[in-house]
Design a protein around this ligand. Structure first.
Ligand code: HPA
Length: 267
């Protein structure tokens, strides 16, 4: 176990979560839904990043949701903050060493598809990374040759669909395309994204999914659609809009995640 995982292990005591959730922009409220919460500041965990933008905290919260022990990561670091795609590597490596088996990545995203509008949740079935950046660049040996087929675990996806059905929540599905940000996309880039097969666009998640696969974690991905992407029906997204819509829709995300964990528990 590395030092960070050891510290986490000590702080968590008897708790032995198998799932961790990374919360996207303004979805921090999910952490407030945890029973028996234990909060650990990223600053107390060596190697953990220090998020610097509004809408993102910097805390790990362990607790119970849907009757299941989990870890919630309130705040992520994006590539665009420091130009470092590996910023989340120590986090994901520590989670893997701690025994986490599934990483649930959530994000705020723009929809490329008029049928999926603000407030809807999209299950990520696959991603497109044309950013020219990969968090495994520089990996020594063969460890970087990670398969990205079924990167978003089909069994987890099926359970997420079941959870949505139980909760009577509409759940869109599609491909998430990563843009480095922090500027939003141009309308021409969104036309290109659609032509390439994207359903949603965003500035996170993809490096984390690649890192999670590198460390042997299964991944489930959810996008909270906060806006139509640039140029679609005249849309011109902003960070304020992302935060407002993300906060408004956090309730459905909590219901979906709670039911997902309940179903995982019953399995
Ligand atoms: N583009 C990129 N990232 C985003 C968007 C968007 O339209 N909405 C929320 N995050």
């Amino acid at each position: 176990m590395n030092d960070t995982a050891k510290i986490l292990h000590e702080k968590l005591g008897q708790r032995s979560p198998r799932e961790a959730i990374i919360l996207g922009s303004s979805l921090g409220g999910v952490a407030d839904a945890l029973e028996n919460p234990l909060t650990i500041d990223y600053l107390d965990l060596p190697g953990f990043p220090k998020p610097s933008i509004s809408g993102h905290g910097g805390q790990l919260v362990s607790g119970i949701l849907g009757g299941r022990e989990i870890i919630v990561l309130q705040g992520r670091v994006h590539y665009y903050e420091q130009g470092d795609a590996t910023a989340m590597r120590p986090v994901i490596e520590a989670l893997a060493e701690l025994g986490i088996e599934t990483l649930i990545v959530t994000n705020a995203a723009g929809s490329v598809n008029v049928d999926t509008g603000p407030g809807q949740i999209m299950l990520i079935t696959d991603h497109i990374n044309f950013a020219g950046i990969n968090p495994l660049i520089g990996e020594t040996g063969d460890a970087g040759f990670v398969s990205m087929t079924n990167a978003y675990d089909p069994d987890c996806a099926e359970r997420m669909r079941d959870a949505a059905r139980y909760e009577k929540l509409p759940l869109a599905e599609g491909v998430y395309m990563w843009f480095s940000g922090p500027s939003f996309e141009t309308p021409a880039e969104i036309i290109a994204a659609r032509a390439l097969g994207a359903d949603a666009v965003g500035m996170s998640t993809v490096p984390e999914t690649i890192l999670a696969r590198r460390f042997g974690l299964k991944v489930a991905g959810l996008s909270m659609i906060t806006n139509l992407a640039a140029g679609i029906q005249g849309a011109s997204p902003s960070h304020d809009e992302t935060k407002t819509q993300g906060t408004r829709a956090a309730g459905s995300m909590i219901r979906l995640l709670t039911k997902y964990l309940e179903l995982t528990n019953n399995d």
